[in-house]
Each structure stands twice: as C-alpha cells, then as structure tokens.
Design a protein around this ligand. Sequence first.
Ligand code: VGL
Ligand code: ZN
Length: 216
Amino acid sequence: MVLDYKKTLLLLIDVQNDFCPGGALAVGEGDRVVQPLNALSAFIAGNGGRVAATQDWHPQGHVSFASSHSGKKTGDAVDTSLVMGQTLWPDHCVQGTTGAAFHKDLNLSPVSMIIRKGFRKELDSYSAFFENDRKTQTGLEGWLKSLGIETVIMGGLATDYCVFFSAMDCRNLGFKVIVANDAVRGVGFPSGSVESAVGAMKSNGIEFFASGDLMK
Ligand code: VGL
Ligand code: ZN
C-alpha cells in the first residue's frame, strides 16, 4: 500500500483486559486483535510512523455504569446531565484495575502517546477525539495536526463503539482513515450494531483493509 508512513499514525483502540475474553465487558474474540496490531505497530513505527493507544479509564461510580443508576440495567439508555441516550454498561475499565490494563501481549514499546478517556465521572467517551457530549476534545486532534499526520490506521475494540466513533470523528476532522478489518472485533449490541457501524463508516469514506495488505 502506498502510504507516506511519516505522516501516518496507527491508533490502537482500547485493547484492554475488560474487553477481552473473561473481562467485564468481553467482546467476542477480543484478544484476537493483539497479534495483527503488534505486527502493524512494528511495521508502522519501523517505517517512521507513529503509534498511539487509547485506554478506557473510568472512575468508580462512572455515569456509564448501570450500577450507578438505580433501577437500570446493562443495555438501558439514560439521559444524563451532559448526554442524551447514554448506553449503560457493566462496571468496566475502572482506573488502576487489572481490567483497565492493556492486554499483556500488546506491545506498548512503539506507543508514544496514550490517550485515556472517560475519566470524568459524569461524562463517557467512546471516541478518541471527542467525549460523548460531542464537544469536549481529548487533545488527540491537536497532537496529530502538530505532527503533520494525514492518515490514521485504526484497530482494536470495539468495532461498533469506540472504533466506530473514533473513525467517524477522525474522518470528519479531515484525516484519511483506514480500519484494519482483521484487527477489530465488535460488541454486537444491539443486534446488527456491527453491520450498521461498518456500513456507516464505509459510506463516510473510511477504508477497510486487511493488516497484511497494509504492510505490503
Ligand atoms: C467501549 C463500551 C463502553 C469500547 C468502551 O471500547 O468500545 N464500549 N466503553
Ligand atoms: Zn467504557
């Protein structure tokens, strides 16, 4: 693939224990993204590109936890002070816990920036760029623009939430966006969510490639 790697970022989205098998919000085959992402990050970093990672990082009692809302259960949606229709999840990625740690086999050596998100009790963040109020910046846009990054390759978890929101925001901010399709896995709730997320990404000009083809 013809890419100017010096202007390319690989973004590893939420490759954390709680999204892997056995975790609090396990995504089917979530751990299968690790090997292709390690190969991609070695390749991108080795060609002068940048690698960054996001880390879902919630305080106890976070607004996105069903347990924080009496009478609500996982999968319900609530209007909060800052977000209409926030989906509720099991407690996950609590700051400092093993569940919030990156998968032990994810190679963090090439990662030069880690963006933690969802760290405010009252506000969730699916996207690596904007929190769920859709206004508050994480700072990633400025970092990328200051480095002259033009293309962002993404992989990780989950296709229908954090990858989806990150990819759509990234594209809307003017970057070329490529999803490594063998290096993502989805939650699949509500049913059909992965298919509709992939459809929306494709119709917004986000490209999908196998990681092997990105390294040719
Ligand atoms: C995610 C739900 C809640 C994700 C994070 O990483 O896709 N999904 N928090
Ligand atoms: Zn979360």
